[in-house]
Design a protein around this ligand. Structure first.
Ligand code: G3H
Ligand code: 13P
Ligand code: ZN
Length: 326
């Protein structure tokens, strides 16, 4: 039997107060995914330098990749990086797209301060049962829980869906009251990955379903909403990847103005993974192409990390509105 690690021992907080402040302040807290040291360093440094609260986000497969035993130590070290600069930004460690009670419990017991249980692919009834089971355990440890209603297209960790199914606003009150869940991810037209829309030449991405978001907000006043699949897919990074041997021709993301609009609403958490992956890949491809003799990982992962720091600062400032809010 492993000894549990309560998250305050890692210097973390849950998301409750972060979301209350984000709701009152009209911004969203960034949730950046990571699976290696450079990504984690970049997230912490970027959020410290922009004085933003931050949710360090790890999928089940990313946790396996980094190693469940190593991860809490990495995160404790990341908190130390922030504190030694004198920064007191609130930091949460969150499980992204948890798909079972066992995984959520294991994360809670190993220092996560927040977990998502994604029962969106199940029936409404089973989603309620599974989410309530996780909430019951999580709340005994003061860990916050995110649920999901509606299905996003694209890959959600080990679950993938060809089609999206928008959230049905008439289901949200029953879901929240029967599960006791602390925040709710909804489907309003975003999707995971770097190819969010199939557009014809010259065509613009469609507008997100803000009508659904507004209907959810009016049924759950003051309740924190979460947006997944919210990368904007920078055309500069895509062009760089393609210029240096990559092939991401039809990559397209969510326009920044639409995310800004969402961040001002009840959306309190915005998930960004693909944009960080693209930024690092673009820089690494350029270095490999321009300096084929390079084989010291620090010489390509270091500049990739710097690019990610800049991306994070820019997002916090201009998209989430979380810069200066810690
Ligand atoms: O929503 C999925 C996230 O982008 C995590 O992806 O399962 O490849 O780590 P991953
Ligand atoms: P993107 O693929 O748009 O970055 O979405 C990430 C996400 O929702 C993680 O849960
Ligand atoms: Zn997601």
């Amino acid at each position: 039997m492993k000894t549990p690690t309560p998250y305050p021992e890692l210097g973390l907080v849950n998301t409750r107060e972060m979301f209350q402040k984000a709701m009152a302040g009209g911004y969203a807290v960034p949730a950046y995914n990571f699976n290696n040291m450079e990504q984690l360093q970049a997230i912490v440094i970027g959020c410290v330098e922009s004085n933003s609260p931050v949710i360090l986000q790890v999928s089940g497969s990313a946790r396996k990749y980094a190693d469940p035993s190593l991860l809490p130590h990495m995160v404790k070290g990341a908190v130390a990086i922030a504190r030694k600069t004198g920064s007191n930004i609130p930091m949460a460690l969150h499980l992204d797209h948890g798909n079972s009670f066992e995984l959520a419990k294991d994360c809670i017991d190993s220092g996560f301060s927040s977990v998502m249980i994604d029962g969106s692919h199940h029936s409404f009834k089973e989603n309620i049962r599974l989410t309530a089971e996780v909430v019951e355990y999580a709340h005994t440890k003061d860990v916050t829980v995110e649920g999901e209603l509606g299905v996003l297209a694209g890959v959600e960790d080990e679950v993938s869906s060809e089609e999206s199914h928008y959230t049905q606003p008439e289901e949200v009150e029953e879901f929240v009251s029967k599960t006791g869940v602390d925040s709710l991810a909804i489907s309003i037209g975003t999707s995971h990955g770097a190819h969010k829309f199939k557009l014809r030449p010259g065509e613009k991405p469609p507008t997100l379903r803000f009508d659904i978001l507004e209907a959810v907000e009016s049924r759950l006043p003051g309740y924190p909403i979460v947006l997944h699949g919210a990368s904007s897919v920078s055309p500069e990074h895509v062009a760089m990847i393609n210029q240096f041997g990559g092939n991401l021709e039809s990559a397209v993301g969510i326009p920044v103005e639409q995310l800004r609009r969402a961040a001002k609403s009840a959306v309190c958490k915005i998930n960004i993974d693909s944009d960080g992956r693209l930024a690092m890949t673009a820089v690494i491809r350029k270095i490999f192409s321009e300096t084929p003799s390079e084989f010291d990982p620090r010489k390509y992962l270091g500049p990739a990390r710097d690019e990610l720091i800049e991306l994070i600062k820019e997002k916090n400032q201009n998209v989430l509105g979380s810069a200066g809010k810690a």
